[in-house]
Design a protein around this ligand. Structure first.
Ligand code: AMP
Ligand code: MG
Length: 504
């Protein structure tokens, strides 16, 4: 048995669905339903996160049968009481009603070595009452994407849910990957995700939409106690308003991180925004390769609602939906509007200061930062390579080296004139390059890199996956695997490699 001390605080503190009918259905006046993970026919541990295992005190147990049994869902620890949570959400701007953990099953909470409580959650362990028309399973390719990206974000210093393990189930899962009427069986997998909280904005929207103030109030109390324990919750309306303000702050910080590293979430529905400001739910995400703020990796998002450059505005829209859900508790719109304004100011100040760090300027220069984006867009510069090239000591940079980060034929004169201006503004001090190298990663998890790892893994070969996993743990260093530094090759600009659908 694994040395875990498991609590089920979520089930103890909140109303639980009285029915154990596993079939898809509406669940009223409850925050969770008890469920059982589906068994894995031939589970195989493909990867684990050494630092996450260490955090949970499991580092010497990752090769045990108990680890494989527990995190494949085959045989749980006797204290685990698995459950799926109820939440709703606005999807692509429209209220979608009840959604919930359709392919995620929480196992309970444990304490990390840092004394923080963490919930363990299996993703892809089978159907729940929230699975709607889908099967509750996950395919290997999407599980690899979730695993690697969670690790990449963590080591980039971006708040994110974490991953403990990636296990191939040995079960087949049928998917129509390109939505072209060609479903095929694919290998299934389960990831164990780890986070202090899996609460989403949509958790609050669901009881609010159903005019169920009791469930809403209990959820707010729970969130205050567990996720915002520093807020004095004596006066609930006031505490709830303060919590919302802090959610706004964390969300602003998260959006600035995404802009810093060129990350595009791809499906910023309100059910995919975390109450504690972590990146959550890795689906058709992507990273800017050639700079284009209107780019989204999600082929399903034809209007570009969730494109790179719109993320902070969409987060604000989502926060407004959360504000609406919390209004019945707070009873007064004023603090909510104030917090939303605070979000905008916070985002804008942090964004400008982050851009100054990226550019190596001692003070923010909004106009020059915008001019830099325009140059990178017009010249199709690779965002990561451009900023990393710029992070060298000034004497070692040439306009030609910056131009070499472009896709296609760059205009050298455009880089030369930008460079003349930059030389006048740039921070000349000795710490400039050092500061920039902590802000500008030398590489990110470009989609084609993951795609190559997936194609190999589907053939049973984990070498490239392991090399990527290792490289992603040191994104600000010069990597041992030089191939992660390359520009996206021409063959990889097609859907599947640089863009994905929601079925990913
Ligand atoms: P997503 O867009 O991946 O965040 O998912 C939106 C909703 O669909 C959530 O309620 C998910 O739990 C549910 N969902 C997505 N994929 C599946 C699946 N394979 N089986 C069951 N539910 C799913
Ligand atoms: Mg989701």
């Amino acid at each position: 048995m694994l040395p875990l001390s498991i609590e089920s605080h979520f089930l103890d503190a909140l109303p639980v669905d009285p029915s154990d009918d596993p079939r898809p259905r509406q669940v009223w006046r409850a925050c969770a339903s008890r469920v059982s993970p589906h068994s894995a026919a031939a589970p195989r541990l493909l990867a684990y996160s050494p630092s996450c295992a260490a955090l949970l005190g499991l580092e010497s147990h990752t090769s045990t049968a108990a680890f494989l049994d527990t995190f494949s869902g085959n045989q749980l620890h006797p204290d685990m009481q698995p459950y799926a949570m109820a939440y709703g959400g606005h999807q692509f701007g429209h209220w979608a009603g009840q959604l919930g953990d359709g392919r995620a099953i929480a196992l309970g909470e444990v304490r990390g070595l840092d004394t923080q409580r963490y919930t363990l959650q299996l993703k892809g362990a089978g159907p729940t009452p929230y699975s709607r028309h889908a099967d509750g399973f996950a395919v290997l390719r999407s599980s690899i994407r979730e695993f690697l990206c969670s690790e990449a974000m963590h080591y980039l210093g971006v708040p994110s849910t974490r991953v403990l393990s990636l296990i191939a189930t040995g079960n087949e899962v049928v998917r129509d990957q390109f939505y072209d009427g060609n479903p095929r069986p694919e290998p299934g997998a389960v990831v164990c995700r780890v986070s202090p909280s899996f609460l989403r904005f949509g958790h609050f929207e669901l009881p609010a939409s159903r005019q169920d103030p009791d469930t809403l109030r209990e959820l707010v109390r729970y969130a205050l106690q567990r996720d915002y324990p520093d807020i004095d919750s004596e006066d609930l309306p006031q505490a709830c308003a303060e919590m919302f303000r802090q959610v706004c702050e964390r969300t602003a910080t998260l959006m600035v991180h995404w802009m810093r590293v060129g990350f595009v979430h791809g499906v910023m529905n309100t059910d995919n925004l975390s109450l504690i400001g972590e990146t959550i739910d890795y689906g058709p995400y992507g990273w800017l390769e050639e700079t284009d703020r209107e780019w989204t990796p999600n082929t399903t998002d034809s209007g570009g609602r969730y494109s790179f450059g719109r993320q902070s505005q969409v987060a604000l829209w989502n926060l407004s939906r959360l504000a609406g859900a919390l209004l019945p508790i707070i009873g007064n719109e004023a603090p909510l509007y104030e917090a939303l304004e605070h979000y905008e100011q916070r985002y804008s100040a942090q964004y400008q200061s982050m851009m100054a760090d990226k550019l190596g300027l001692s003070t923010p220069d909004e106009a020059f930062a915008e001019q830099t984006w325009l140059l990178m867009e017009a010249q199709r510069a690779d965002m990561t390579l451009f900023f990393r090239t710029l992070s060298a000591p000034l004497a070692q940079i040439t306009p030609a080296a910056l131009a070499a980060t472009c896709y296609g034929e760059p205009q050298q004169e455009a880089f030369e004139s930008w460079w003349q201006q930059y030389r006048l503004l740039a921070d000349g001090d000795a710490g400039r390059s050092e500061r920039m190298r902590h802000t500008n990663p030398s590489f990110v998890l470009k989609n084609y890199l993951v795609q190559q790892a997936i194609e190999e893994a589907e053939q049973g070969e984990m070498g490239r996956f392991a090399a990527l996993h290792e490289a992603m743990r040191h994104p600000y260093d010069e990597p041992a695997s030089a191939w992660v530094l390359e520009k996206r090759p021409a063959w990889a600009s097609t859907p599947g490699c640089s863009q994905l659908s929601c079925s990913s």
